[in-house]
Design a binder for this molecule. Structure first.
Ligand SMILES: NC(=O)c1ccc[n+]([C@@H]2O[C@H](COP(=O)([O-])OP(=O)(O)OC[C@H]3O[C@@H](n4cnc5c(N)ncnc54)[C@H](OP(=O)(O)O)[C@@H]3O)[C@@H](O)[C@H]2O)c1
Length: 336
């Protein structure tokens, strides 16, 4: 294995020993992982907070093995490369971004397939913002429903981490974007990021407004990370032959439904998850190459909501903030 000289044996990490409330988050001393032949060890500088961390902590998504280190994405410096991966494009000293897991720690060992070199122009903070939320937004508009020029699309939680990027990307692809959010301040933010119309669902009737805006036709695609609360209304706003992409559970998981529900308008429903779009090294690198290009051209930009410490208290605060609808954009964890 090629390594840099000063890798310690122990590190700081925020872990859970069981699933539950915010108090299950613990500051722990952990072993620095030993990368296998096809792995890469990253010294983490910045990590990112995502809504999924709250599902993993609460138990909505089952975790089988403890201790479990939360954190889906991390940017930093490569400090070791497994023997089978030497000379294959990633070397000790390279800056890199990984989408894998275990990011709330000083070091993370990840399969080579899920880590890629960072361009000099993308700093570690933006790299983290581009990762789970950026890759998710891009695969939603390219693969789940390939957005076309002239489409009308509805983005729920349009001022959120994924939401702001969906607004930018769908507009770039030529769509008219309608967004929903809970405050005027967030509505302004989404408009700055490409939403043509914003609906404040705390004050307005979303279904009525969508029909007003689209002359009663509805939208060709709905990108819904809210889940339970918005699901039924999605069917009232989707156009005939439209696609509902339900990709998250911010308000709770969508209940099972009968396929016959789709027949009324020949609707397609997708329930995608990022990992199945960027599973192989080829998929991860190709999707990231497209995203880096959008960043280099200034088409995709990141809004950083706030920064948090690598500590149980820091992560508790971040999880409280993201679940209480206070945030707009990316929440960063300072690790180094
Ligand atoms: N499938 C995948 O692979 C994948 C990948 C990444 C993210 N996701 C999902 O995408 C969604 C957005 O993730 P994110 O990290 O970018 O978070 P986020 O959108 O920044 O935060 C969640 C937003 O959801 C809205 N919301 C509506 N009802 C809510 C409720 N009952 N409780 C809390 N929030 C509520 C709030 O926005 P308003 O105030 O505007 O309503 C809130 O700010 C999440 O559901 C997440 O799980 C899925």
């Amino acid at each position: 294995m090629s390594t840099s000289t000063s890798i310690p044996s122990k590190m700081r990490a925020v872990q859970i020993m069981k699933q539950g409330g915010l108090d299950v988050l613990e500051d722990r001393e952990a072993e620095v992982p030993k990368p296998g032949p096809n792995d890469v060890l990253l010294k983490v500088n910045k990590a990112g907070v995502n809504f999924i961390d709250t599902y993993q902590r609460s138990g909505l998504y089952k975790i089988e093995k403890f201790p479990y280190t939360l954190g889906q994405e991390a940017a930093g410096k490569v400090v070791a490369v497994g023997d089978a991966q030497k000379g294959k494009g990633l070397e000790v000293g390279d800056r890199a971004i990984t989408y894998f897991g275990g990011g709330f720690a000083e070091y993370v060992s990840v399969p080579r397939a899920r880590i890629t070199k960072l361009p000099d122009a993308v700093n570690d903070t933006d790299a983290v913002a581009s990762c789970v939320q950026g890759l998710t937004a891009w695969t939603l508009v390219r693969e789940t429903y390939p957005v076309k020029k002239g489409d009308w699309v509805l983005v729920h939680a349009a001022a959120g981490g994924v939401g702001l990027l969906l607004c930018q990307m769908a507009k770039h692809l030529g769509a008219h974007v309608i967004g929903t959010t809970s405050s005027e301040e967030k509505a302004e933010e989404a408009k700055k990021n490409g939403a043509e119309h914003m609906i404040n669902y705390a004050k307005e009737n979303t279904v009525e407004r969508v029909h007003q805006i689209t002359n009663g036709n509805g939208v060709q695609a709905i990108f819904d990370g809210v889940g339970k609360d918005t699901w039924e209304d999605d069917f009232k706003m989707i156009a005939r032959k439209g696609t509902i992409a339900t990709f998250g559970n911010a308000s709770g998981a969508v209940e099972p439904f009968a396929p016959l529900k789709l027949a009324a308008k020949n609707v397609k429903v997708a329930r995608p998850t990022l990992v199945n779009y960027v599973y192989t090294q080829e998929e991860y690198e190709k999707t990231y190459a497209e995203l880096f290009d959008l960043i280099a051209k200034g088409i995709v930009k990141f809004k950083i909501h706030g920064e948090y410490d690598l500590s149980a208290q820091g992560i508790r605060q971040a999880q409280e903030d993201i679940t209480s609808r206070k945030t707009s954009g990316k929440l960063i964890v300072n690790v180094a």
